[in-house]
Design a binder for this molecule. Sequence first.
Ligand code: FAD
Length: 435
Amino acid sequence: MDTKRNPHRTLVLGGGISGLLAAWHLHARGIEAEVWEASESPGGWAQTLSWPGPAGESGFLERGPQALRVSRASALDRLLRDLNLDLRPSSPKGPRWMGKDGRRQPSPATFAGLLRVPGLGLGGLARMLLEPFMPIGSGAEETLRDFFVRRLGDGFTRELLPALAASALAAPPERIGLEMLPRLRRLEDRGGLLIGGLRTGLERTRLPVGGTGALARVLTAQLGCVQISRPARVLEPLPGGRWRVHGNGVASDAEVMVLALPSRPAADLLKAVAPEAARILEAIPRLDLRVWHSRHVMVKGWERGIGLLIHPPEGRGLLGAVSFASEDPRGVPGLLQLRTYVGGAYPVEPSLKAWPGVFGELRRWLPELPDPLQVREELCPAAFPLLEPGHGARVARVLKELPANLHWIGAERFGPGIPDLAEGIEAWARNVTFQ
Ligand SMILES: Cc1cc2nc3c(=O)[nH]c(=O)nc-3n(C[C@H](O)[C@H](O)[C@H](O)COP(=O)(O)OP(=O)(O)OC[C@H]3O[C@@H](n4cnc5c(N)ncnc54)[C@H](O)[C@@H]3O)c2cc1C
């Protein structure tokens, strides 16, 4: 075995966005950090993959986020500026729908659409308008459902929230703890959804040139310390509070080890050195998502991109679909590129486990959709953590159980959205002290 033991001040295990951001902020503090990434390319879920068109034309798909939601003066905003990343606006402006009561309804994202949401009624709408006057929560841990009942009322929570939560977080609002959307708590701390939103500035959707994967590519290039094909297998404590990590035939020592890993691989490494932390991390549910990418002849009227949310369980496991606008450089000119989500925390009807069933269900909501010219399935096993109510206490227990100089960051700690990771990891790197 080649025991190449270069002493590094800090070793970050995991080269997804979390690990890259950790190394970026540590470097900014003058702390040397190297990143070990198990796969052949950094970025984790946030990668833009090549998917040539039917005649071999250049084309791409996103493994994870299709764009970045950036609010003014946020950590993600600061990061994008520091990286000098070339960004363009990305908010498809074509039709938006919600599938509910067996029919396609106009999107509730507009006032006219809201007025037509079945079951909401004028009473539900009036209650939503009272949101700025609702008292601020006690800070007690609550579900996403309870939060929205409190702020926007029963009508919104019953008729709209399930489709929104399914499309964004792939789980029902009654199972989601508020820790999964830290921005909501921040908005409430600043006066509520409307007032807090006005104070913090509205979110804008931005697309880096080259796709959202450009974020990881630029971070990797600027860091210059990311080792690929370097899976961490075993952690070994050394005298003096130092650590050694063993990979495939390689070992490396560090004064500080940072686990920037999803809960399961983090638990595997922690089992021998912090068994209680490993047990807690292992118990955090992760949601499997199936994502289908398809290309079709463009439908007239859909050139500016479409969006479909489905009110579960009406999609029988299909959660929604979204397309690129036709000028999006990731697509193939003249073709509609659709991305369809299935599964998450919802049961999937057996017929929807293969494309013909998924396409049949899509057609029920989008009857104009022509047969596909190309289809590609991207399985996303353990794509999202499900942060259930009470998650904050779990995080606190994990942190308490970690031995000195061993740190843990990532979606289970800061929330699964890239803006949440950017916020959490920036603050972590600013405050972390090394013994
Ligand atoms: C389909 C989908 C859509 C999404 N949409 C959005 C969205 O619209 N907006 C948004 O903000 N977020 C979105 N997300 C979530 C976001 O992409 C992720 O939360 C974020 O990328 C997680 O980054 P991470 O670094 O914490 O974890 P990961 O991306 O999981 O990265 C972990 C890395 O660790 C590596 N690794 C694992 N084990 C080891 C080991 N033993 N040793 C070394 N390396 C190891 C892995 O190979 C991986 O590269 C989406 C995710 C998916 C899957």
